[in-house]
Design a protein. Structure first.
Length: 745
């Protein structure tokens, strides 16, 4: 009699089963699961695995970590406190959660991410501390995805039956699977925009669908469109929006003029960058019989054309802002408005919304008026021309009699393009008086605790193919500050006019909170390396010492680094119906009123102001708060896109300078290398610690330095070094340097 062969038991043990089961039950803690459902979620179906699950469920029940709510069905026993926060992905799939419930960021290991992605709003709990003292947690639920569309390069399988999209950047730790029927004519190696559609329970990768082919990686237009697509920003207007805008009546009619204050006979002019295509603000100037100066800040009346509940208004709201990339502007409004009807071009009548002030010699406002106007621009100036008037008449006090005898003060070489730029004695006098008043207002602001951020802007000279052939820096001079002060005056007084009304009325404010103490302490820690000291005693001493810091670093090697770190230590300005004032400007009331061509909050401010001037009741606060949040979010995305385009152009510029040595300043130190910003062009790249082969370098966190183990050579934040371009990657927007050594000069 032959013996029956016994079936050999499986010894495939499911790893980390306790945590896996608890994770499943805690993620859906309001539901109950049996062993079959848990097995399906884990992705196992053999008898051995099921038996392991059944046994583990009984063990967890005995330990009172789970409960059996009905025969064979289990739920987690919730004795854990759950929190919400935002995911900040690190490398290799791990990350951190930033939560208002904790002073520190919560570390999340890769196996506890539970399909959360960078920027997602998630629910989580914490359960222990790591050896280094960090709190650790696990994500239990994804409340809201940060985004559903990603930019990356598509890679086909060997048999072309499916593809994966390798997403740009290092924040996405999974490739996106795309089935053959959702490839949308993309070719292998194309840069594409992919939509994340779902992420099945047992799948290692999310599933996606190709929305758009952007082009070949590395090509200029492909990379610029990729930057826009990365942040969900549009490249063109929908046909129906362009069509609607083109059919608008943009003529100046007698009927409409009759409804407005007619200021066409008052001297009015614009001062803008020499390459500006739209002019959304103008200044008028006249001396009144009572000796006061009447100064009008005239803003394009966009709200006259942009009517609510139209496709044009819907599109403008969705965009919320114009986007200024290095080689192009993506406007909020179609060209027929932004460059024509709403552009205060010279020698043209325009509908405007104005703030008109009567000021004395001390720049004190003695009277004010707000409302719709019609104006005529007598001249257009570039900042360079206005600056020439100011510089050529420094310390010259002009009476109106002297002004009438004043000759054209602009040197011939400054004049830009012929007849469009005409300087009269009246305009020269107006410019000088406006400059004088602006300087008084600026001094008052600084004395009140305003912070002077005059950060150097990086600009590029581009050839006809938009290739960078040169880098230059844009700085703010008196002419720029003149315009800035009068725009600030209009913004402040409009906000104050509404904000002080009783009963309270809903309005759109531009608010800026006080800086966080921990960020200021971190700033002091860094600038202390350069010998600077900050005073945090009170609000005024903070503002004063920050201004002194910004002034002290002017022209020094560490200026850009310190300027950048100081700005980062500040809270972010944003839009809100809840007024908390503007810390950076030292204003109790502040709004955005002066740029409705390029900012939707300004359009809202115009509409609300006119509504209240007409005697209207307070608008719905909740509706406008939602609009403020949307506008702040879109502004943030536009800023990121603008920074990416600058980074892209810097790398493109450095491609043609691979054989040159550059002097740079160490702008960041990490355990994987040092970041260096080139002094001559502000391009920043990284020197990998792996390439520093003359010694074994160790990161010293306390001193912001890499220190050689044998030589004790120290590369510290702020040190001047000499570097050479090692590699430029336009696709990843990454610049690698080779370290030549310290700059001993």
């Amino acid at each position: 009699m032959t013996k029956k062969k016994k079936r050999k038991p499986s010894h495939n043990k499911i790893s980390n089963l306790t945590n896996t089961i608890l994770s499943i039950l805690k993620k859906d803690r309001n539901q109950s699961f049996n062993y079959k459902q848990i097995a399906a979620k884990i992705g196992v179906n053999d008898a051995s695995s099921r038996n392991q699950i059944i046994k583990k469920l009984q063990q967890l029940k005995a330990k009172q970590e789970i409960e059996e709510v009905e025969r064979g069905k289990f739920k987690a026993i919730v004795n854990t406190e759950y929190h919400t926060g935002i995911v900040d992905m690190a490398s290799k799939g791990s990350g951190y959660i930033i939560s208002e419930d904790f002073d520190e960021d919560i570390y999340i290991a890769s196996n506890n991410m539970n399909k959360a992605l960078h920027g997602d709003e998630v629910e989580f709990y914490t359960y222990k501390r790591l050896k280094r003292g960090r709190r650790e947690g696990e994500i239990t639920n994804i409340i809201k995805r940060a985004k559903s569309e990603y930019v990356g390069v598509i890679q086909f399988s060997k048999n072309n039956n499916f593809a994966f999209v390798v997403v740009d950047g290092n924040k996405m730790y999974k490739d996106i699977f795309v089935p053959k029927n959702k490839i949308n004519k993309a070719e292998d190696g194309d840069k594409v925009l992919v939509s994340l559609e779902d992420w099945p329970e047992n799948s290692d990768s999310p599933n996606g669908r190709i929305l758009k082919v952007l082009g070949k990686p590395g090509e200029h237009n492909t990379e610029i469109h990729a930057i826009l697509a990365e942040y969900g920003l549009p490249a063109v207007f929908p046909h129906e929006v362009e069509d609607y805008a083109n059919k608008l009546d943009t003529s100046i009619t007698k009927e409409e003029i009759a409804k407005r204050r007619d200021m066409r006979d008052v001297l009015t002019f614009t001062i803008d960058p020499k390459d500006a295509k739209d002019f959304d603000d103008a200044l008028s100037f006249q001396v009144l019989d009572n000796g006061l100066f009447e100064i009008g800040i005239h803003i394009a009346d966009v709200s006259h054309y942009l009517q609510p509940d139209t496709v044009l208004d819907d599109e403008a709201y969705e965009r919320a802002t114009s986007v200024y990339l290095v080689d192009r502007v993506v406007p909020m409004l179609p060209e027929v408005l932004s460059n024509n009807a709403c552009s205060l071009r010279p020698h043209e009548e325009k509908y405007t919304f104005s703030a008109v002030f009567q000021l004395n010699d001390k720049a004190e406002v003695k009277n004010q008026w707000f409302g719709r106007t019609v104006t005529y621009s007598d001249a257009r100036f570039a900042y360079e021309e206005a600056q020439a008037i100011i510089e050529n008449n420094t310390n010259v006090m002009l009476s109106s009699v002297e002004a009438s005898q004043l000759n054209n003060t602009i040197p011939a070489e400054v004049s830009l393009t012929g007849k469009e730029y005409i300087t009269t004695p009246e305009i020269a006098f107006a410019t000088l008086k406006l400059d004088e008043l602006a300087k008084i207002m600026r001094r008052k602001r600084m004395k009140s605790g305003a912070i002077s951020f005059d950060k150097v802007e990086v600009k590029f000279d581009l050839d006809e193919q938009s290739n960078p052939i040169g880098v230059f820096f844009k700085t703010s001079k008196d002419a720029n500050k003149l315009i800035e002060e009068f725009m600030l005056l209009a913004n402040r007084k409009v906000a104050e006019f509404i904000g002080k009304q009783s009963p309270k009325k809903t309005f759109v404010y531009r608010v800026h909170d006080e800086p966080d103490d921990s960020k200021l302490a971190a700033l002091q820690n860094v600038v202390g390396r350069f010998g600077y000291k900050l005073n945090f005693k009170d609000r005024k001493s903070i503002s004063s010492s920050l201004n002194n810091l910004l002034k002290d670093v002017e022209g020094k090697k560490e200026q850009n680094l310190v300027d950048t770190l100081t700005i980062r230590s500040m809270s972010k300005a944003e839009y809100s119906t809840h007024n908390i004032g503007h810390y950076g400007l030292a204003f109790d009331y502040y709004s955005h009123f002066t740029s409705p061509i390029r900012r939707y909050p300004d359009v809202m401010a115009h509409r609300l102001l006119q509504h209240y001037l007409d005697g209207g009741k307070s608008a719905n606060e909740d509706v406008y708060e939602d609009k403020c949040n949307h506008s702040s979010n879109m502004e943030n995305l536009a800023t990121k896109a603008e920074r990416d385009s600058i980074k892209y152009m810097q790398i493109k510029f450095m491609q043609d300078h691979k054989d040159e040595n550059f002097v740079g300043v160490i702008s960041g130190v990490t355990d994987w290398g040092i970041y260096v910003e080139i002094i001559a062009n502000k391009c920043e790249g990284m020197v990998s610690v792996r390439d520093m082969k003359d010694d074994h370098y160790v990161f010293d966190e306390d001193h912001f330095a890499l220190i050689g183990k044998n030589s004790k050579t120290m590369y510290q934040l702020g040190d001047e070094v000499i570097v050479k371009v090692k590699d430029t990657d336009l696709v990843k927007k990454h610049l690698d340097f080779t370290l030549i050594g310290k700059n001993e000069e």
